[in-house]
Design a protein around this ligand. Structure first.
Ligand code: GLP
Length: 244
């Protein structure tokens, strides 16, 4: 696991955007696994800037997103489809027909999850998976639990996640209680992983991720078993990492 400690959120965003742009420049037809949330928003802004400067080209990229709320349509401002359109896709030359986000309105959610995994495997798998991390150590919406899932599945959000995400909604009652998320197996299958974290409220989860015991109660700790993970965090999120 390679750990890059940035001074602050802005520097984290710049470093991460450069990592992604370099990755795309080396593999212009890459399959990117994308993530949403407050953490990557600044990184997407930087990526748009790099695109406008002619330093990265999305024309051959395919993207698959990590997760989506159940019950929200892509037009809902808090859906992850809307987030992706608004924060990246509408501002770069990506072919939108090659951008995939789980369908939060699917009639048969289990079947649509299986189709999602099928699509990812037909695409040849995810080349680079971007991740944030929940304050409770979740990745995607794989919440701390007795057991974790391999494939894409429907899940209930932890109370702490509902509380954390309430800041994006008018009231906590509007936060969906369920979501669709790629499973830990799906995340682990991606060839490379880039995880971002910023702020002291992520410091404990980051310490677990980097050097804690591997446990389903700290889903991000599973990433210790992946061979190619780059973690870009700011100093506040690095607070509890033991330095050698
Ligand atoms: C959300 C998402 C995750 C995200 C995490 C942290 O609920 N499902 O994919 O990484 O929680 O979000 P934020 O970056 O807003 O702190």
């Amino acid at each position: 696991m390679k750990i890059i400690i940035a001074k602050n959120y802005d520097e984290m965003s710049e470093i991460a955007a450069r990592e992604i742009a370099d990755f795309i420049n080396n593999k212009p037809d890459a399959v990117l696994g994308l993530a949403t949330g407050g953490t990557p928003a600044g990184m997407y802004k930087e990526l748009i800037k790099l695109y406008k400067e002619g330093k990265v080209d999305f024309s051959k990229i395919t993207s698959v997103n990590l997760d989506e709320y159940v019950g929200l349509s892509g037009e809902h401002e808090q859906s992850y489809r809307y987030f992706m359109d608004d924060n990246l896709f509408n501002h770069v030359n990506i072919d939108k027909s090659k951008t995939f986000v789980p369908n939060g309105l699917a009639e048969d959610i289990d079947a649509s999850c299986r189709e999602y995994d099928q699509r990812i495997s037909e695409l040849g798998g995810v080349d680079l998976q971007l991740l944030g991390i929940g304050g409770n150590g979740h990745i995607g919406f794989n919440e701390p639990a007795e057991y974790l899932y391999q494939g894409t599945h429907q899940t209930e959000l932890a109370e702490s996640t509902i509380e954390a995400n309430a800041r994006f909604f008018d009231s906590i009652d509007e936060v969906p209680k369920k979501a669709i998320t790629m499973g830990i197996g799906g995340i682990m299958k991606s060839k490379k992983i880039l995880l971002l974290a910023s702020g002291e409220n992520k410091a404990e989860a980051v310490a677990q991720l980097v050097s804690g015991k591997i446990s389903t109660k700290a889903p991000a700790s599973m990433l210790q078993m992946h061979g190619d993970v780059v973690v870009v965090i700011d100093e506040a999120a690095a607070k509890f990492i033991k330095r050698a």
